[in-house]
Design a protein around this ligand. Structure first.
Ligand code: ZN
Length: 168
């Protein structure tokens, strides 16, 4: 990928759109995103596109398998306590490579923290869609446990990469 020319395309897109340009200028003063989305690093799962959003609207954490470990907890704490986020979505997805690799006991260097977390969440479930669902549901519950003072909304959804639909 030619990152410089791709970046120029993005700049042109903003420069050609009055709304986006004004928004970018406004956001220089700070961000007030409406929602925190925790989703997979999968290139087919793009939260800004899936939720038809743009600059400044979504605070995003992406990890393989949308799992929450130490760094993610710190980022969630920042979102809740500093940005005062009041809506959190854990977004799992179908055909997730991380879920697949745990179900099939595949190992990769450094995968352990993620694999252990997924295994802890899904137990012996072998149906991949069901495993994605439970994994997202348990991570949403985990946030509730870790941030009992948080009074906003927490939910989970599964993004279907075949239909682009979000469902439980
Ligand atoms: Zn995935």
């Amino acid at each position: 990928m030619d990152i410089k020319s791709k970046n120029q395309e993005f700049i042109q897109k903003i420069e050609n759109n009055r709304f986006l340009k004004d928004k970018r200028d406004f956001l220089v003063n700070g961000q007030h995103p409406e929602i925190l989305v925790i989703c997979c690093s999968d290139s087919r799962v793009i939260p800004e596109e899936i939720l038809s959003s743009s600059l400044g609207e979504i605070f995003v954490i992406r990890t393989a398998g949308n799992v929450i470990n130490e760094g993610e907890l710190a980022t969630i704490s920042y979102a809740i306590n500093h940005l005062h986020i009041n809506h959190i979505l854990v977004m799992g997805h179908t055909h997730c490579g991380a879920i697949h690799s745990v179900i099939h006991n595949e190992s990769l260097p450094y995968l352990d923290p993620i694999a252990k977390r997924i295994k802890h969440n899904i137990g012996d479930i072998s149906n991949e869609r069901e495993a994605s669902q439970i994994n997202a549901k348990k991570e949403a519950q985990y946030i509730k446990e870790k941030f009992p003072e948080y009074k906003g909304k927490i939910e989970y959804q599964i993004y279907d990469i075949e239909t682009s639909l979000l469902t439980k």
